[in-house]
Design a binder for this molecule. Structure first.
Ligand SMILES: [Zn+2]
Length: 403
């Protein structure tokens, strides 16, 4: 059994479960680099970031996903997606896994929008060619698959303001049913500066599209893009590299709009996703432990619980620390109680959904085999496990500590 499969089984069975025997270390040693991490379930409209061994090939939604040097992959979940989502992973050693991810359905209320310019609801036939041409430009911008991993940043709001329209709502414009709302609307006065919610590259900047008015698309890499509509002003041009927080445009009411607001949409290629979920993911990540991988880290999860288990976790960490110090390395320890941690290495962020309530997770900088291993310490032998882990990582003699 691979470690990744063990992690999945562990995730499925351990929460709140009675004492379970830890997986034998020997079985984990067979394939120490095989680390495949995806959430067990996701919401419709979500952006999903997963982790695979670097060099893997990953398929989802009829696409081969680009994999970063660190093994991050991303995909979007459509508004009408149904469970299970399938992800196929082919590891560098040729081993294959198929991961099934649950989908949480959402409600999509009907929303009436009155007072939009009638010409944008029932465009006259003579503008059909123009609308098609502009849609093709948008489609081409969204089709790009850039290697940058800006999507892994913690996104920020592009303008401050009231949420005036939600993603996915079934829209009725001037009494006529239209498409579901493709993004989120933020109420803000005309002229309010629009900031880039994450870094990226400008792939479309159009002052006056027929339906969407002033239109800007920023590419965040791997098919993830942001679009901003109804703008009164655009301050950047196609090809510009944009930093997170940089002012790129100004709020307006151009195109099919009843008044000034910022429409912010996000896509994974042609799949529309919900920016609000991307912001919530960033908020969750900010509350959880962020671990910068400048050295070996052991993340102890659930260590704040009122139970005898934290003592085992602390024991594990102390033993591992002594092992590493004997080899001239410093171990950092992070205690978390959230189900998510964020790893940062070389500017790249990776969210990991922790598969257990109680456990120790060891992360190493770089991509050495055995860089990340998890140990359920429900009923483990913490010191033996820590010594064995350190020994395996260094492929050297047993860790010389007593106890
Ligand atoms: Zn909108």
């Amino acid at each position: 059994m691979s470690w990744a499969l063990g992690a999945l089984l562990f995730a499925a069975t351990v929460a709140g479960a009675p004492a379970a025997a830890p997986p034998p270390a020997a079985s984990m040693a067979q394939d120490p680099a095989a680390r495949v991490v995806f959430p067990a379930s996701v919401s419709q409209g979500a952006m999903v970031i997963g982790k695979v061994p670097p060099g893997s090939r990953v398929r989802h939604g009829g696409r081969e996903l680009r994999v970063t040097a660190y093994g991050s992959v991303v995909f979007g979940v459509g508004r009408d997606a149904t469970a299970p989502l399938q992800v196929e992973v082919e590891r560098p050693d040729g081993g294959r896994e198929r991961i099934a991810i649950g989908v949480t359905p959402r409600d999509w209320p009907v929303e009436e929008v009155r007072g939009v310019p009638p010409r944008t609801v029932d465009p006259p036939p003579e503008v059909a060619a123009r609308i098609a041409r502009e849609a093709a430009q948008v489609g081409a911008a969204r089709a790009l698959d850039d290697a940058r991993a800006d999507f892994a940043q913690a996104f920020i709001w592009p303008v401050a303001g009231r949420l005036s329209g939600r993603f996915g709502n079934q829209r009725i414009y001037n009494g006529k049913p239209g498409s579901p709302h493709s993004g989120m609307d933020i109420a803000a006065p005309a002229g309010t500066p629009v900031k880039a919610p994450a870094a990226g590259v400008v792939t479309l900047a159009a002052a006056d599209f027929y339906i969407t008015g002033g239109t800007l698309i920023i590419d965040h890499g791997h098919g993830i893009s942001s679009n901003f509509l109804h703008l009164s002003r655009i301050d950047v041009k196609v090809g510009d590299r944009i930093a997170q927080g940089q002012v790129v445009a100004a709020v307006g009411a151009t195109g099919r709009a009843t008044g000034p607001h910022l429409h912010w949409g996000m896509n994974w290629f042609d799949v529309r996703i919900d920016p609000l979920l991307v912001l919530e993911r960033a908020k969750l990540a900010a509350r959880s432990a962020a671990v910068a991988l400048d050295g070996p880290h052991v993340v102890l999860q659930g260590a704040g619980n009122e139970s005898p288990r934290p003592a085992r976790l602390a024991d594990f960490a102390a033993t591992l620390r002594r092992c590493l110090e004997n080899r001239g390395l410093t171990l950092a320890t992070t205690l978390i109680n959230e189900p998510v941690i964020v790893l940062r290495e070389g500017g790249e962020e990776l969210e990991l959904v922790m598969p257990a309530e109680i456990g120790a997770y060891v992360f190493w900088p770089g991509r050495k085999p055995g860089e990340a291993m998890g140990y359920p310490l429900i009923d483990g032998r913490p010191q033996a496990m820590a010594r064995e882990l350190a020994q395996r990582y260094f492929e050297g003699p047993p860790c010389p500590v007593s106890g």
